[in-house]
Design a protein around this ligand. Structure first.
Ligand SMILES: [Zn+2]
Length: 169
């Protein structure tokens, strides 16, 4: 089931999410819904807070569903090592219509669990590293906007406030 994606301004997007101790049917359904919602958007990653659930769950597919073998579902993901920096244009399904240059580590090591509770260890670089960092930020109540300079952030926020006033957000 496709769920509505919350936009900038929703309190769930600014909330620290809770770890998942046990994966039950509800979380399985949530993960499935998040994949459907991500592919339909379309996007390459989605975090549970974006559909209004403050649990530490993310889904990723940097191929956007174009190729098999890229789909990732991870609970309690954590960046345990990082190296280098990369800068690229980044957007967010919760901030539709905007992009900005964001600096991220170029290589990371991520730990977490799959839906069976098995520990996962993933080395990621390039776009996948960027997508992981972006989605994990969501679990900590952070948007990529928080990583921009005050000047750039305020410019985007001003435009969003205008859209909100016009009833177009
Ligand atoms: Zn996002």
């Amino acid at each position: 089931m496709i769920r509505p994606i919350l936009k900038y301004g929703a309190p769930e997007l600014q909330t620290q999410s809770t770890s998942i101790d046990r994966v039950d049917e509800e979380i399985r359904t949530l993960a499935q819904d998040m994949l459907e919602t991500m592919y339909a958007a379309p996007g390459i990653g989605l975090a549970a807070p974006q559909v209004g659930v403050n649990l530490r769950l993310i889904v990723l597919d940097i191929s956007g569903g174009e190729e098999t073998g890229h789909q990732l579902i991870l609970t309690n993901p954590e960046v345990t090592e990082q190296e280098g920096t990369q800068e690229a244009e980044e957007g967010c399904l919760s901030v539709p219509g905007f992009t900005a240059l964001v600096e991220r580590p170029s290589r990371i090591h991520v730990t977490g669990q799959d839906l069976e509770g098995n520990p996962q260890e993933i080395d990621a670089e390039g776009l996948l590293a960027r997508a992981f960092c972006h989605e994990i930020d969501h679990l900590d109540g952070m948007l990529y906007l928080n990583r921009l300079s005050v000047l750039k952030r305020d410019l985007i926020k001003r435009k969003i406030r205008k859209l909100i006033r016009a009833g177009e957000w």
